[in-house]
Design a protein around this ligand. Structure first.
Ligand SMILES: Cc1cc2nc3c(=O)[nH]c(=O)nc-3n(C[C@H](O)[C@H](O)[C@H](O)COP(=O)(O)OP(=O)(O)OC[C@H]3O[C@@H](n4cnc5c(N)ncnc54)[C@H](O)[C@@H]3O)c2cc1C
Length: 362
């Protein structure tokens, strides 16, 4: 696999072709995109995200978003796994532990090891429960962790999980948890509506002792809102646009032979192009609207364009194995993945026919 050193490098097209060719196979039970991730590693995809000091190519936000859109169009599952991997890398890079950086980053950037994140219980998951689901207690040498992280993608493939915990005071920490520590139990991932090959499930922690050298951030209130460890990027929207693009391309190809499909395909393509422009402008520091508004539009476009592809594919698209049916299932993911409350509310309003903002439509 040749290295994808820039967006106009033909190697990106070759990588995407390979990912698209392999992506239907990921729908089978028990799959994990090992081959796809290896191809991405060999193509230098993990170097896009890292600074030059750590062997990376330090792509700009704009380049990264465009790269994510291309990859997601080819294979959403692999690209989603990459986001979780890069989420972990980003937090290790920005964290307080030089030890973690020096120990983990060279192999992660080169694609030799895998890391992931278990942080949703600090922000979106289990917020209605009275007690934090993953509790941390400070000791002389570090922290003891007890409880569980409900959602961790690819935990069984990971040597480290960037994991959040909450102390009795309410302060939170982030650690780069070695998965081979005593007391760490990776549960068998449940089958999902789509993206099952992301091998996402819960990780249990029973009196797990983590040394202080693995502490990336905290203890502090709302650790996910601190410094470079913030959540709420544009990448989730980029992935939704990528999936929508796969469906719109299919619709456009069908429209070449079927007159009735031409104007819906053109309208969706125009909406995709406008949303892509707005995302890129936002990434370049010229936001025309909020990141939540972009995500709301991206979710809506992913849902509508994949269902439009199913309409065009008709009954054949409803047979298991057809890409249109898979895209529809994959689009549902964006309704639940790292979905901020205002976005969830706007999507609900749209589904209820109230428009994005809750205003009654004519
Ligand atoms: C495929 C997939 C992969 C993911 N990968 C990762 C990952 O790698 N790392 C990561 O950190 N996160 C990950 N997530 C988590 C994701 O980003 C969201 O945090 C998660 O989808 C939120 O859903 P939840 O069921 O945990 O929400 P919760 O809010 O915990 O809801 C769970 C259930 O609790 C009940 N409930 C919810 N709110 C209330 C309330 N106010 N009152 C009473 N009952 C309530 C409902 O019955 C609901 O079904 C992943 C999620 C998915 C689906």
């Amino acid at each position: 696999m040749s290295e994808v050193t820039s967006l106009d490098n033909p190697a990106l097209g070759e990588l995407c072709e390979q990912l698209a060719r392999l992506s239907p196979g990921l729908d089978a039970p028990g799959e994990w995109p090992a081959e796809q991730l290896q191809m991405c590693g060999e193509a230098g995809v993990f170097r896009w995200f890292a600074p030059e000091a750590w062997g990376g190519w330090a792509w700009s936000e704009e380049q990264l978003l465009r790269g994510y859109i291309r990859l997601a169009e080819a294979c959403l599952t692999t690209t989603f796994v990459i986001t979780q991997r890069m989420g972990a890398v980003g937090r290790i890079l920005a964290g307080d532990s030089q030890f973690a950086r020096e120990t983990l980053l060279p192999d992660l950037v080169a694609g030799h090891t895998f890391a992931t994140v278990g942080i949703s219980h600090l922000t979106t998951s289990r917020q209605h429960e009275t007690k934090p689901v993953l509790r941390a207690e400070e000791t002389a040498n570090g922290f003891v962790l007890e409880g569980y992280s409900p959602w961790v993608t690819g935990a069984s493939a990971a040597q480290h999980i960037v994991l959040g915990g909450t102390l009795a005071s309410g302060d939170q920490i982030l650690v780069a948890l070695p998965t081979d520590l005593p007391g760490v139990k990776i549960e068998a991932p449940p089958p999902l509506v789509a993206l099952s090959a992301s091998q996402t499930g819960s990780v249990q922690l029973r009196q797990v002792q983590v040394e202080r050298r693995w502490l990336l951030a905290g203890p502090t209130p709302q650790v996910m809102k601190q410094g470079a460890a913030r959540t709420g990027g544009l990448q989730t929207s980029a992935l939704a646009v990528g999936l929508a693009s796969a469906a719109i391309d299919y619709l456009e190809r069908q429209a070449e032979q079927r007159v009735g499909l031409a104007s819906p395909a053109a309208a969706l393509a125009e909406e995709r192009d406008e949303l892509t422009r707005d995302l890129i402008e936002h990434a370049a520091g010229r936001p025309g609207c909020s990141a939540d508004e972009l995500r709301t539009r991206a979710n809506s476009l992913a849902l509508r364009s994949t269902q439009a592809a199913l309409v065009a594919a008709k009954g054949a698209g409803y047979v298991a194995g057809h890409a249109a049916g898979r895209w529809c299932r994959e689009a549902l993911f964006f309704l639940v993945w790292s979905c901020p409350q205002p976005v969830a509310e706007a999507n609900l309003c749209e589904l209820a026919g109230l428009g994005f903002g809750g205003e009654q439509q004519a």
